[in-house]
Design a protein around this ligand. Sequence first.
Ligand code: NIG
Ligand code: FE
Length: 412
Amino acid sequence: MHILFKHIKELVQVRKEFISFVSGKEMSVLPTIKNAFLVVEDGRIANYGTMETCPEIAFDEVIDATGKMILPSWCDAHSHIVYAGSREGEFVDRINGLTYEAIAQKGGGILNSAKMLNETTEEELYEQSKLRLEEVMRLGTGAIEIKSGYGLTIEGELKMLRVIQRLKTNYPIAIEATFLGAHAVPANFNDNKAGYLQLLTDELIPKVAAEKLASYIDVFCETGYFTLEDTALILATGKKYGLIPKIHVNQFTAIGGVQVGVEYNALSVDHLEEMRMEDIEVLKGTKTMPVALPSCSYFLGIPYTPARLMIDSGLPLALATDYNPGSSPSGNMNFVVATACIKMKMTPEEAINAATINGAYAMGLENETGSITIGKRANLIMTKNINSYAFIPYSFGSLQIDKVYLKGIEVN
Ligand code: NIG
Ligand code: FE
């Protein structure tokens, strides 16, 4: 298939060279071409430029994008979309005054989801999860990382990871899988965390690696969940089996988890609602991408990641949804980009960079997607008729997407 998009009002996030990510001041630069054309060949970006240089040859399909913008599709580097059931009961409990921590302490939270997941068949889990995947594709997401972590048993964790693999096979969206066995200590190991850690290091991690069910290893490094020592143990074991660290850290308390992430060369450190100067300092000059999850801050009413301070200190930043049943039951990257602008004072340029190329990097897909670059997947968002790309976050809550193309094929 040879497709031409012509008369594009503005082609956004055009990068001639392959880049890994943008940091600090570079985040405010978002290269674009006005009145542009774009050629897609066999699902990949094959050519682009201004309309004056548009090739006059025959194409299989010509799409007139007059008045519309084209951006690379969103890259959501942190999600938990494979889960069973939902937790709106806890949502109401929180409205009535209970905290997220208090709900977790009385057996709700992650353990509530784990109970539902272990009672759900693999087939049913796939059916529930695919609806969420289809939903985020329509919302413009073209690459997504999906974590396990609601099984907390050998069978439950493997079931989640197999569902992720099945989604990966059946859908055109790029998917990366992360093993998050260390998400919470399951109820049956309540007084025996060491036993659960041993199950993870001696049985589950080797199995996950042998069956190639994940590329990344994650830990919920947090007071009341997994300590710095637990985190180091899981990351070290994961690395031994070829899994790359990406961790949940500094969500409620800053206890030095960012330092552990950097020490183990984590690809990303995610959440970061609580950041100390030393946490910002240790990230400088590293290849570890900080990832902010503004929907989680919004939904739980906790602080937003201090994006301004971090970017002004020269750090890169990626944005992701954290789509999960407890702290962010939404996978809408358009909302994430808008909230980053409105609540975290990121400019539209910074937020779009964070939600495309930097997000791609945070899941190891920067050579595949995240920018308009020849050779990358033709994962594209075509907007409605809008005046500028700043209208996307400005009109928060409204969807400015007309069509989404993944590997050059329209998503319905
Ligand atoms: O990223 N913080 C840890 N894990 C998830 C939420 C888990 C849940 O409440 O189900 C998160 O916010
Ligand atoms: Fe998460």
